[in-house]
Design a protein around this ligand. Structure first.
Ligand code: FES
Length: 87
């Protein structure tokens, strides 16, 4: 499990995407940060705030909208909410 938050994980999803599970919600997100291509597979996920933080320069993005919450990125993160697979 990546993301280091017990309620969150990030997994490769193929085709330049990662799947982020956070607080029972699932998102398909660009695998690289819009700032300088940091690998979001190694990003930190804050499940409570539904954010992912890039490991390279620490831009933090809203998983729902892709908007930059804090950090140097001036680009929006591609994100899409998906239905979570039932277990
Ligand atoms: S590459 Fe992600 S914040 Fe710079």
């Amino acid at each position: 499990m990546k993301g280091r938050d017990a309620a969150a994980c990030v997994e490769p999803a193929g085709e330049g995407r990662v799947r982020v599970n956070a607080a029972g919600r699932c998102f398909l997100v660009a695998a690289t940060c819009p700032h300088r291509d940091g690998l979001l597979l190694y990003g930190y996920v804050n499940a409570a705030k539904l954010r992912i933080t890039c490991p390279l320069h620490r831009s933090s993005f809203d998983l729902v909208t892709g908007a930059v919450v804090v950090g140097p990125s001036d680009g929006v993160l591609e994100t899409e909410e998906l239905p979570c697979p039932s277990t």
